[in-house]
Design a protein around this ligand. Structure first.
Ligand SMILES: Nc1ncnc2c1ncn2[C@@H]1O[C@H](COP(=O)(O)OP(=O)(O)OP(=O)(O)O)[C@@H](O)[C@H]1O
Ligand SMILES: [Mg+2]
Length: 274
């Protein structure tokens, strides 16, 4: 088997200073080429802390106390801040709820987007702008020509998030790390965005970690699911298996809650794993 793209080995995250229970405890996870893993769990389960640990974007009062995160074999702990920042714009594609903080406040949207194309693919300015505008349109941004001229502070939160998604798609990352990537988007745009990310994972031999509360998304897009509770992964299984025979009481609770709403049915087709 080829080397995993992303590995978490017994990751434990604690608050600095006091002796409270860890926010993440002994979390291990592996994403190989083509893997799309869904992370689900109740509010406060530790999903966002997990995402921020992978991106090395933990708040100052939290620290990785034990364990390791490896990207294509490289221990992220051995890298400096400049290298991490570079990775977050290339190999790692963060899609976070506070999208604006991920965007360079000094650059216009169009300049961020076209810089990638012009340096990597050596395309001319006009073509780069046309492609950037087209991509903005696919992530549901109307009037893309105008938005290319905007600075991050001029965007709404939802729009900044879509710009991040467009940038992520443009960078062809190895792994997309998405925390509630489609929260706040309307249903049609949700589908478009998720389809685009799924397409990218397939086309570029990438992988994706999707944190979501929406088990419908998990059923359609994720090959495997990790269920979190209290900072731990309490169950991890292929999606079909998890939906058909959930083992952990917390998984059963989550499934019961959505089935009551009629969102997910047994044996709903699952996106095929690569
Ligand atoms: N900087 C922090 N300092 C102290 N505790 C924190 C910090 N950030 C998160 N926590 C705590 O860690 C736990 C996990 O939080 P996290 O944000 O990861 O939950 P989540 O699973 O993403 O929830 P949600 O579904 O609401 O987004 C919570 O109890 C939260 O209060
Ligand atoms: Mg969260």
């Amino acid at each position: 088997m080829s080397q995993p793209i992303l590995q978490l080995e017994s990751v434990t995250v604690e608050t600095t200073g006091d002796s409270r229970a860890p926010l993440l405890e002994d979390v291990s996870l592996e994403l190989g080429v083509g893997d799309v893993i869904g992370v689900v769990g109740e509010a406060g389960a530790g999903k966002t802390v997990l995402v921020r640990t992978v991106l090395r974007l933990l708040p100052e009062n939290l620290r990785l106390a034990r364990g390791r995160v490896r990207l294509k074999g490289t221990d992220l702990n051995t890298l400096g801040e400049a290298e991490l920042r570079r990775l977050r714009g290339t190999e790692l594609a963060p899609i976070l709820p506070d999208a604006k903080s991920q965007l360079n406040p000094l650059l216009r949207v169009g300049d961020m987007m076209t810089a990638v194309l012009r340096t990597r693919e050596k395309v001319g300015g006009k073509e780069a702008r046309e492609r950037a505008a087209a991509l903005l349109q696919t992530v549901g941004i109307t009037d893309p020509a105008r938005r290319l001229e905007a600075y991050p502070h001029e965007l709404s939160g939802g729009m900044a998030q879509r710009v991040c998604i467009a940038l992520a798609l443009m960078h062809s990352p190895s792994v997309i790390i998405a925390d509630e990537p489609t929260a706040g988007l309307d249903v049609t745009v949700q589908r478009q965005v998720l389809d685009l990310m799924a397409g990218l994972v397939r086309a570029r031999d990438a992988a994706q970690l999707i944190v979501t509360r929406d088990l419908g998304i998990v059923a359609h897009y994720c090959g495997r699911v990790a269920v979190m509770q209290g900072g731990r992964i309490v169950e991890m299984a292929p999606t079909i298996q998890l939906f058909d025979s959930p083992q952990h009481p917390h998984t059963r609770e989550l499934l019961k809650a959505v089935r009551r709403k009629g969102v997910v049915h047994r044996s709903q087709p699952v996106a095929e794993r690569a």
